[in-house]
Ligand binder design. Structure first.
Ligand code: A3P
Length: 290
């Protein structure tokens, strides 16, 4: 259905790149007025920033003890992507609280999320590691074009010629418009350093007030190794039409600083220059290595 399909391409929708075989313009049009409930949760990321990690944490936090929860179902069904309509899940009829994940830029999410309705968690990761993770993902995702080399991908990433467009625009958009949302910002690196503290922040922000036992259980289930071995959490059971499981793994390395194994000195200098220029009006603190 995907690679090799003549329809298979990125397409621009309101300044943001989507995938023609995954996203539909009509559905995206309808998202602006998608009815948001006060209890809705949307976890937003730029790709490869720890989306499925957050998705699994939220699934456990909300449905962990439920027979329909993540231990019996794929997390993608428990906390689906808001920008991809899955008719079988019937988003409008789902009981509250609903948990969604998303790669949408701030200006394309349902307008009900602005001021008051629903809660947003924005998870970011240092863009050098994102670039490396994204590069690998292109070669086993059936919905993205294979990349010949990291060098070629590096240029596309820096100029935003990729699915979800520019990392810089995504992050700046969410940080600089944070006043419009009830939003919690987290980073992948903080989660790697101290998952328990970050899960506690999430629990508090969402008003779940999970007790110590529940927190411990989530921390344990969400370690890299445990998620890697959990077929419901690691996307291994996702349809073959999306991922070529023989070519890679969603849980690849799970490290901070893997970019050092890929970036040349020159690429690093280029990247730093672009970063400084692009992010000068958005001074966020990132962790590049641990
Ligand atoms: P790597 O490719 O660097 O290993 P996304 O879900 O947004 O596509 O992000 C995928 C990245 O998050 C992958 O990075 C994956 O290994 C990492 N990841 C997922 N679950 C993780 C976990 N429990 N601990 C650490 N990293 C995790």
């Amino acid at each position: 259905k995907y690679k090799g399909n003549p329809e298979f391409k990125l397409f621009q929708y309101k300044g943001f790149k989507f995938i023609s075989t995954v996203h539909e313009k009509e559905y995206l049009d309808s998202l602006e007025n998608f009815e948001i409930r006060d209890t809705d949760i949307l976890a937003v990321t730029y790709p490869k920033s720890g989306t499925i990690w957050m998705q699994y944490i939220l699934a456990l936090m909300y449905y962990g003890n439920d027979v329909n929860g993540p231990d019996g179902k794929l997390t993608i069904d428990v906390a689906p992507w808001i920008e991809s309509e899955m008719e079988s899940l019937n988003y409008n009829e789902r009981p509250s609280p609903r948990v969604f994940v998303s790669h949408l830029p701030h200006y394309l999410v349902p307008k009900g999320l602005r001021k008051g309705r629903g809660k947003v968690i924005y998870l970011s990761r240092n863009p050098k590691d994102v670039a490396v993770s994204f590069y690998h993902f292109h070669n086993y995702s059936k919905t993205l074009e294979n990349q010949n080399s990291f060098d070629e991908f590096f240029d596309k990433f820096l100029t935003g010629e990729v699915f979800c467009s520019s990392w810089f625009d995504h992050v700046k958009g969410w940080f600089n418009n944070s006043n419009d949302f009830d939003i919690l910002f987290l980073t992948y690196e903080d989660m790697v350093k101290d998952l328990r503290t970050e899960i506690m922040k999430i629990s508090k922000f969402l008003g779940r007030n999970c007790d110590d036992r529940k927190i411990d259980e989530m921390v344990q289930k969400c370690t890299f190794q445990n998620m890697k071995n959990n077929k419901n959490a690691n996307y291994q059971l996702l349809q073959e039409s999306f991922l070529d499981h023989s070519k890679g793994k969603f849980l690849r390395k799970g490290k901070v600083g893997d970019w050092k194994n890929y970036f040349t000195e020159e690429q690093n200098e280029t990247f730093d220059k672009v970063y400084q220029e692009q992010m000068k009006d958005c001074p966020i603190e990132l962790i590049w290595d641990i």
